[in-house]
Write a protein that binds this ligand. Structure first.
Ligand SMILES: NC(=O)c1ccc[n+]([C@@H]2O[C@H](COP(=O)([O-])OP(=O)(O)OC[C@H]3O[C@@H](n4cnc5c(N)ncnc54)[C@H](OP(=O)(O)O)[C@@H]3O)[C@@H](O)[C@H]2O)c1
Length: 303
């Protein structure tokens, strides 16, 4: 492939898209074209078709999703519509144009019962409606476009939107003592780091043999920890940067009633991705520091 590589990106206003925008501003060889829901609604086949036809990108990157896990439990059809049907629309239409698709999925396709890290061939068994809808998306993308990369990532945080880290900092700024679950284990992943990996991946896919590379991969930061350990690291880094600090106490998931059950242990093995494309994530303290320095300063709530 010669010249600039053009990538159509859905879900413009999400945290991963906004992180990719930061990365893409420094990548002259890649042209990322971002579309928000009001210009490209993935649930509408006609909307997907006309944008792909107009742009004729080299890749489609699907970052659009219904990501509120508790709302998905209350409105499973809505989640399925975006995460299952929407992903299928993009895969089917990109295949018509022979355009490869990169699709983002989640560790929540697993039930969290395995004691060792999950590999890509492990049995999926989602325990909530969000996980089921994302699994439907994986299946559609794999079935409908022979040139596909499905990336399961986990526990995203970024300077954008509301996520676990931004919530922690604003709670700390308000002087609250925090009780954080110590029985959920996963791979906290900075969306800024993931976005850099996505840009690297696009470059590598330009000359790839699709017959041997299409498939599902795990791509998340490789340091698994509990939510409690993650929160302690965030507050420690915040203190070093002269930001808000607070006391963090361990709690059990059973203490918090939520509409959706969370899988307890969804540690991902990144070996397959490492062997195919190489894995580049900084130590988590550096990732947290980068995100905190880009976050707007948390303010005290005014009552
Ligand atoms: N967040 C996590 O911890 C996590 C963990 C594992 C995997 N993932 C996956 O990572 C990907 C990126 O997640 P994220 O955290 O960046 O999500 P996010 O911040 O919630 O962003 C998702 C974006 O998708 C857009 N969207 C929703 N429905 C749409 C539709 N019908 N058509 C077009 N756009 C639509 C939303 O638009 P509006 O702004 O208009 O609502 C939103 O901007 C998703 O596939 C998610 O499942 C996330």
């Amino acid at each position: 492939m010669t010249g600039t590589t053009r990538v159509l990106v859905t879900g413009k206003n999400g945290q991963l898209s906004k992180s990719l925008k930061v990365v893409s501003d420094a990548a002259a060889d890649l042209e990322f074209c971002f579309f928000a829901r009001n210009t490209l609604d993935v649930t509408k086949a006609q909307s997907c078709s006309s944008m792909i036809d107009r742009l004729r990108p080299n890749f489609v990157l699907n970052l659009a999703a219904y990501t509120n896990v508790d709302d998905a439990e209350r409105f499973p059809d809505n989640a399925h519509h975006v995460n299952g049907v929407g992903a299928g629309n993009l895969a089917q239409i990109s295949a018509v144009y022979d355009i490869p698709i990169i699709h983002i999925s989640t560790d929540y396709v697993f039930d969290g019962e395995k004691r060792s890290p999950y590999v890509e061939t492990d049995r999926t068994n989602p325990v909530n409606a969000y996980g089921m809808s994302k699994l439907a998306g994986e299946n559609s993308v794999s079935r409908l476009n022979p040139k596909h990369i499905v990336l399961r990532t986990a526990w995203l945080y970024s300077p954008f939107g509301s996520n676990f880290v931004s919530w922690l900092l604003s709670a700390a700024a308000n002087g609250r003592q925090l009780r954080i679950v110590a029985d959920q284990v996963g791979n906290p992943t900075s969306a800024l780091d993931l976005a850099k990996s996505l840009a690297d991946l696009v470059r590598q896919l330009e000359d790839v043999d699709w017959a041997s590379h299409s498939g599902i991969y795990h791509l998340a930061a490789p340091e698994p920890m509990t939510r409690f350990q993650w929160a302690k690291k965030v507050i420690a880094v915040s203190g070093k940067l002269y930001g808000p600090t607070c006391q963090v106490c361990a709690a059990a998931s059973s203490e918090f009633a939520t509409p959706a059950v969370r899988p307890l242990r969804t540690v991902l093995s990144m070996d397959k991705y490492q062997n195919a494309f190489g894995l580049k994530f900084p130590p988590i303290e550096k990732s947290i520091s980068d995100v905190l320095q880009a976050l707007p300063r948390p303010r005290r709530d005014v009552h």
